[in-house]
Design a protein around this ligand. Sequence first.
Ligand SMILES: Cc1cc2nc3c(=O)[nH]c(=O)nc-3n(C[C@H](O)[C@H](O)[C@H](O)COP(=O)(O)OP(=O)(O)OC[C@H]3O[C@@H](n4cnc5c(N)ncnc54)[C@H](O)[C@@H]3O)c2cc1C
Length: 298
Amino acid sequence: MKKINLENVTLTNRSKKYFSPKNIKELKKIINYNPNATFLSGGTDLSLHVTKERKEINNIISLNSIKELKFIKEKNGNIQVGAGISLIKFEQYVKKYYPDFNSILKRYGSVQIRNVGTIAGNIATASPIGDTLPLLLSLDAKVVLQKNSKQTVLPLNKFFISYRKTKLKKGQFIHSIIIPIYKKNIFKAYKISKRIDDDISSVCASFNLEVINKKIKNIKIAYGGMAAIPKRAINCEKILINSNLSEENFNKAKKYLEKDFAPIDDMRASKNYRMEVAKNLLMKCFIEIKKHKLIRLN
Ligand SMILES: Cc1cc2nc3c(=O)[nH]c(=O)nc-3n(C[C@H](O)[C@H](O)[C@H](O)COP(=O)(O)OP(=O)(O)OC[C@H]3O[C@@H](n4cnc5c(N)ncnc54)[C@H](O)[C@@H]3O)c2cc1C
């Protein structure tokens, strides 16, 4: 087993191929020979193509054994997370920077899912209800994309094109994620789902504010479950930026969520519920800041 562990693995079964390279150099070679192969990280989303949709995946490139992608560090005022870091490792690391990010991750799937699932996988799915995505958007995170030896840094805000479509090109993979550390900001995130544990969000909201002398100097708001992609609430932000931290301003701003989003009905929630809850979460954020108190049931 030790010997196998040191080697790049290639398995073939008729026309199907599975690769598990040990380093990026080997990964680049495999991608060049197999440009249409599908990347596998934790497999918690990808495997549903087989188990739920009954589809076949021909060529798979597992990124799990690449040590160069398994890093997490603080550098130049940012957290940089390698694509190979599991959600559970990130959950522990992020707690001291953003406690609410940690709380949301605690309710992300189950421990088993978080032991293998990754942020990179969550980003690549571009799911409108991917839980890390509104949080990363409100923190103005960037993705480092790699194709051959070339790395490109793209703001996450520009990464999602439409429902489950991203800017990822053929043969390009997510190398890492860069998350700015806002030492003075207030960061809040809320997940609404039918169950506390192991449930997908109906709505997920995230707020990142810089407040100086009761004035909002900067604000970034993002929601999941409100559109075809996870998205910033730009119109709502515009009302709040440079305004006083007051109930009146938040009440005014919440109406602008109707300009930002046109949610849909589905089995998780109705469009009316989604809009109502999105507005209420904005008000909850205001009340928590105003009262210097967390209003959390769990
Ligand atoms: C029981 C269960 C509960 C879940 N609960 C939640 C939840 O609460 N919240 C939530 O948001 N999600 C949830 N999910 C969905 C899933 O766990 C997440 O989306 C997870 O982050 C996917 O990461 P992964 O590493 O497993 O990705 P994979 O399944 O390995 O890959 C997902 C997609 O990303 C691509 N990909 C993976 N890594 C890279 C990379 N480095 N570069 C480019 N493309 C890449 C793959 O090709 C694939 O298309 C749940 C899933 C299950 C099965």
